[in-house]
Design a protein around this ligand. Sequence first.
Ligand SMILES: *Cc1c(COP(=O)(O)O)cnc(C)c1O
Length: 406
Amino acid sequence: MSFVTHLECANCGDRYPAGEVHNLCTACGKPLWVRYDLDAVKQRVRKQDLAGRASTLWRFLELLPVSDPAHIVSLGETSTPILRAGRLAAHFGMAELFIKDESRLPTGSFKARGMALAVTMANQFGLKKLAVPTAGNAGGAMATYAARAGMRSWVFMPEDTPATNKKECHLAGARTYTVNGLIDDCGSIVARGEKEKGWFNVSTLKEPYRIEGKKTMGLELAEQLGWELPDVILYPTGGGTGLIGMWKAFGELEHMGWLSSSRRPRMIACQSTGCAPIVAAFQQGKRFAERCDNASTIASGIRVPSAVGDFMIIDAIRESGGVAMAAPEEDISTWMRLAASSDGIAICPETAVCLGVLEQLLESGGIDRKEKVVVFNTGAAQKYPEAVQERLPAIDLTKPIPWDEI
Ligand SMILES: *Cc1c(COP(=O)(O)O)cnc(C)c1O
């Protein structure tokens, strides 16, 4: 049995029973929160009990919606390390800087957390056909977990999605289609397929459980830091589930009295100047964002022109005292090279944007150089061959080796 009491619309507050298949709120079409009996969880488990459990996201089982561990679909969702980036910190004039390296997860991105939960819950409900629109990594993770569960899957992605994502979906046996449009155009196809083909739609926030998986980033971070949260979190924001999920995690931990202080981090939503609808809405004091029609960025995971959970992202940022900010698209590959060459941390282009935002906030005084800052590396640089334009000098074996130039 799980500790879920009910589901609740994030917009109108309508309630839905647990134990049934849900997508969006049927009253207003907005996403649903999963609610738990946190007092009962607190009775059942103490935070020190976690110490003896395996280092995977399933160590937080009481705060997850799974009712029978037999339903779990897993590829070994390991806890990810928080790495010190000493030379990068020195570059910024900071004493220290931390990077939580989510690239270690199955399929090379934090999307595995969400899909492990979404596919586990689909398995619990006996669903067999899953479909998703994707900017890249969500499709790869969904296809892979669906294969793990023995389910059929359909993936729709913009035609200029990174080649690695296309190949991983194909390898995992998903029916994979490229679409000459943006991710929300792919989303419309999946929405039609729900009716026409009987697919279950696992699109970001259109089912309630991916966010519960992403929530484990926040739970894990808190536990790793001895239940004392950092001052600032920088997070590359597309659909926003990571940021929303972490904010939910902090609220649940606070309710249970597991955090050492009630001071929560300022959440910084980072976007690229090539696609920054949340930044625009935040700056204009709005709660709902306008679609970014010409969205274009090499950081494909944050190329999301309109987010269903826009108001949830913006609410979390505001409650936390954070901001939404964009960094120049042109600087992405420079930041990737700097992080990998100075500290050996191969960050994805999405996270490169966070470093650009960090630089701006340090300069403006929005972040103090002494604060404890955690940047999330949401995926592996290796998944983005297109983002790196290297021209390597060649050795021609028919000529003498140019030792003077090497
Ligand atoms: C999907 C994705 C993001 C954006 O995550 P959201 O939580 O949906 O905002 C960031 N980075 C990478 C690598 C991604 O795949």
